[in-house]
Write a protein that binds this ligand. Structure first.
Ligand SMILES: Cc1cc2nc3c(=O)[nH]c(=O)nc-3n(C[C@H](O)[C@H](O)[C@H](O)COP(=O)(O)OP(=O)(O)OC[C@H]3O[C@@H](n4cnc5c(N)ncnc54)[C@H](O)[C@@H]3O)c2cc1C
Length: 291
């Protein structure tokens, strides 16, 4: 498994390259308050190589106000890399436009990198670095059970990963259970009424997907993991006890606590869950990509 790099300043951003925006498409419905855009980028480095589950770095102009020369943020690659018409490597990233609230003043500021990216148009060029990390690997056992749990933009790496397994790994005989959490149905990226990239796998006996939504979307209530996971508690607990089960988690940091609560309930106690989780982590069978 990869060595975790926990601080953004620890990333090596020396190897930089340019990328041109091919297109920028909003992938959340207009009715949703959440704006996520899928950006397609041509990498201006013909030998650029990317492995599945890796992230790319974006270096945007920093704000002078905070004395920043540049602002560095990471984005998961949301699809399998391909080559564009010009023969250059082409990738996709899904970017959510976010803002942050100052803890002390309560004022809201637009996030530098996400707003920079969401405001770009076809033909614009940006500076990137990377790729970084090797978050999710195909298990060695071809009959493994994969449990994928994502929230919001955390679905991006799973979209590429599931596609890779079904398209490029013919020996794969394992099962994939995807749990996807969002505040409301409108925020389910790649799995909504207009666009469901996972629909092509629903007929397969080896793929299952479950949605977990918030019971009160407008109140920013937590996602109902309990409902989605606890309902399948017995099956999940039995899977988690098998040596060929792998759990991959992607999305916002706060998921960790929410999942601990849901899995403690399934396990019967937080102590039992902590023990099982530690075993999974030690065996490289619980891997997180949290931000
Ligand atoms: C390995 C890794 C992979 C990532 N992949 C993606 C990705 O595929 N798509 C993506 O949009 N972001 C992704 N991020 C987050 C991204 O790097 C930035 O942190 C994010 O775009 C905000 O940057 P900013 O400069 O606009 O605002 P910042 O000032 O850095 O952050 C503003 C606030 O927004 C919150 N926030 C950050 N990202 C999100 C998000 N995705 N959804 C909801 N709230 C968020 C932060 O907690 C913070 O409070 C990833 C982060 C890591 C570490």
């Amino acid at each position: 498994m990869n060595t975790a790099v926990t601080h953004l300043e620890d990333y090596d951003t020396e190897q930089r390259f340019g990328a041109t925006i091919v297109s920028s498409e909003r992938i959340t419905p207009e009715a949703s308050d959440v704006e996520v855009r899928e950006l397609t980028l041509d990498i201006q480095q013909p030998d650029f190589e990317l492995q599945l589950g890796q992230s790319v770095g974006v270096i945007s102009p920093g704000t002078k106000e905070f004395g920043q020369k540049h602002h560095f943020r990471l984005y998961s690659v949301a699809d399998l890399p391909e080559r564009g018409a010009s023969g250059l490597p082409r990738i996709k990233i899904a970017v959510r436009r976010v803002s942050y609230v100052d803890k002390y003043s309560g004022e809201q500021y637009p996030g530098v990198s996400s707003n920079y990216l969401c405001d770009l148009a076809a033909g614009d060029t940006i500076t990137m670095a990377g790729p970084y990390g090797l978050a999710f690997e195909v298990p060695e056992e071809m009959d493994a059970n994969l449990i994928l749990i994502g929230t919001g933009t955390g679905i991006a790496p799973f979209r590429a990963f599931v596609k890779h397994l079904y398209q490029n790994v013919p020996e794969w005989k394992g099962t994939i259970t995807l749990f996807y959490g969002a505040q409301s149905g409108l925020e389910l990226l790649y799995m909504n009424d207009e666009r469901d990239d996972f629909a092509q796998y629903y007929d397969s006996d080896t793929f299952e997907a479950f949605k977990a939504l918030s019971p009160r979307p407008t109140w920013a209530a937590p996602i109902d993991w309990d409902g989605a996971l606890a309902q399948r508690g017995e099956k999940l607990w039995s899977l988690l006890g098998q040596p060929n089960t792998y759990v991959y988690v992607a999305g916002l940091e706060k998921m960790r606590g929410e999942l601990d609560v849901a899995f403690s309930e399934i396990a019967g106690s937080s102590k039992k869950w902590a023990r099982r989780r530690a075993e999974l982590v030690a065996g490289g069978r619980w891997v997180e990509l949290l931000y």
